[in-house]
Ligand binder design. Structure first.
Ligand code: BTN
Length: 258
């Protein structure tokens, strides 16, 4: 069970709705975000999602023991200016990475541009950020994080690409409330640094980027680009060194070619 009172007491969340089952916490949060008066940050979480959404047309399959939640944030009250919004998912990924490092130390945490966090070379977390049409200053930050849901008995093709905190910690179980509190506080700290411009994101991202130095293929719609990843630029673009130039990519799906 999630301890909602602790969430409210130990983070800056103003409201928490936690459901046994919803279609998608992002959908629920998008509906809430249309209300003119809303206390934020507002967290919507669920034990189960019937149609959890990933990027594009992807689905998100969460299982018992994972964390699935969406936070409605007012970017202006966080002090993050519109120019920084596109970078917010990488900042969120960094906060997740720092959280993972504190619970599962020394097991290779990294950012997989643009929206994933990897643990030991496999996906442990996906991030889906959406904007409220009616109030464009409100973002819905949806996060799926595999905590106590083991992939040990999952089909081989899934085990090869996905993992969880418990799988990286030899079966140890974690308090999801503690994980959530740690993430939310780290996220707030990082957002504050971004707002005051006191963080070198290029250095932090490039250190965390699991693609750096690898030959990769970026697919965006029906366009492919192949090169060696040279890290992440200050605006959040993936840098790709091709045979001819250094290219910047702002969207797409990346695969390591090895
Ligand atoms: C991705 O990897 O493509 C992003 C996955 C995001 C999944 C989370 S789970 C909570 C929130 N609600 C959703 O429907 N999706 C996000």
């Amino acid at each position: 069970m999630i301890d909602i009172l602790r969430l409210l007491a130990e983070t800056d969340l103003q409201k928490v709705d936690w459901f046994e089952q919803v279609d998608s916490t992002n959908n629920r949060a998008l509906e809430l975000a249309t209300q003119s008066i809303l206390q934020t940050p507002y967290l919507v979480g669920a034990e189960q999602q019937l149609s959890g959404r990933g990027r594009g047309t992807n689905r998100w399959w969460g299982s018992d023991g994972s964390l699935m939640f969406s936070v409605i944030v007012e970017m202006t009250s966080l002090g993050v200016s519109p120019i920084d919004w596109p970078r917010f998912s990488l900042v969120t990924g960094l906060a997740i990475s720092t959280t993972l490092e504190s619970f599962v130390p020394g097991v290779g945490v990294g950012l997989k541009w643009p929206n994933d966090v990897w643990l030991q070379g496999r996906k442990v977390c996906g991030i889906l950020i959406e904007q409220c049409d009616r109030y464009p200053g409100r973002l819905i930050v949806g996060i799926g994080l595999n905590v106590n849901n083991s992939f040990a008995d999952a089909p081989e093709e899934l085990r090869a690409i996905a993992t969880s905190m418990t799988d990286s910690a030899k079966g140890d179980q974690f308090s999801r409330t503690e994980v959530l509190i740690t993430f939310l506080n780290e996220w707030k700290t990082l957002a504050g640094f971004v707002a005051e411009g006191s963080i070198n994101l290029v250095e932090r991202w490039s250190r965390a980027c699991v693609l750096s130095g690898h030959p990769v293929k970026i697919t965006n719609g029906n366009q492919d680009a192949i090169g060696v990843c040279a890290g992440i630029d200050s605006d959040g673009a993936l840098l790709l060194r091709t045979a001819f130039s250094m290219e910047k990519h702002y969207a797409g799906t990346v695969r390591i070619l090895e």
